[in-house]
Ligand binder design. Structure first.
Ligand SMILES: *Cc1c(COP(=O)(O)O)cnc(C)c1O
Length: 229
């Protein structure tokens, strides 16, 4: 087996074991392989090993890779910060956007989503652990933004995404994921219907699955260490 295939197998095993430990069906958890900084060849190798969902953070880097791999029936997830001058290309090239955190960006994505494509699948990025440096809507403002996004015709609001501060301690890892799950439950109690929690990466996917993640975004464990930027 090639390296991406071995790595994918290990990551899938981690997800299955974490799901079993949590008493959850493993097929309720979707693996997005985060391919930022990786060449299209690495993505093609992962695709040959059965991986369908890929996550990218930087539009300029992602577009040529998406183009090179067209025809392979892959699903592309935009997971990075969004500048408003990038929304047109994001709306045309991606299937999902996990990092919507303000009204203006959501409106532009909806307006610019091409008519021949289905509505863009969207998660709201939430600054769940209140990090000053982080993007993401504040939890207190999430309901208002969710209602607005749910009303845009060319977006389909699916759920919430978060990137908590890294921690080695499993209990500390779980707290922000639990908070995101509770926020999702509150929004649903307020009338929304969110089915997605995008949370968990290489270092904390078990904690995220334990707290209800339906999408984990994993880069390093799939593709190896990224070169230092
Ligand atoms: C890079 C990145 C990941 C993957 O991180 P790893 O630790 O390499 O698994 C997941 N989500 C986002 C938003 C990222 O930027």
């Amino acid at each position: 087996m090639s390296r991406p295939a071995d790595n994918l197998e290990r990551v899938r095993t981690r997800i299955i074991e974490a799901a079993h430990a949590a008493g959850r069906p493993p097929d309720g958890i979707r693996l997005v392989a985060v391919s930022k900084t990786r060449p299209a060849d690495d993505i093609a190798a992962a695709a040959e090993a059965g991986q369908r969902d890929f996550g990218e953070n930087y539009l300029q880097e992602a577009l040529p890779k998406i183009e090179a791999l067209r025809g392979r029936d892959l699903t592309w997830h935009f997971i990075g910060p969004i500048q408003s001058n990038k929304t047109r290309d994001i709306a045309a090239a991606f299937d999902w956007v996990h990092s919507v955190d303000r009204f203006k960006i959501a409106r532009r994505l909806s307006d610019q989503r091409p008519d021949d494509l289905p509505p863009l699948e969207v998660c709201l990025q939430v600054n769940i652990d209140d990090q000053a440096s982080k993007s993401g809507v504040a939890p207190a403002d999430a309901l208002e933004l969710a209602r607005a996004v749910a009303g845009f015709p060319r977006l389909r609001l699916r759920g919430l995404m978060a990137i908590p501060a890294p921690s080695e301690d499993p209990a500390a890892q779980r707290a922000p994921f639990a908070a995101l799950r509770r926020l999702r439950d509150e929004l649903n109690a307020a009338g929304l219907s969110l089915d997605t929690l995008s949370m968990g990466m290489t270092g904390d996917l078990e904690a995220a699955v334990a707290e209800g993640a339906t999408i984990v975004r994993v880069g390093t464990a799939v593709f190896g260490e990224r070169p230092a930027a």
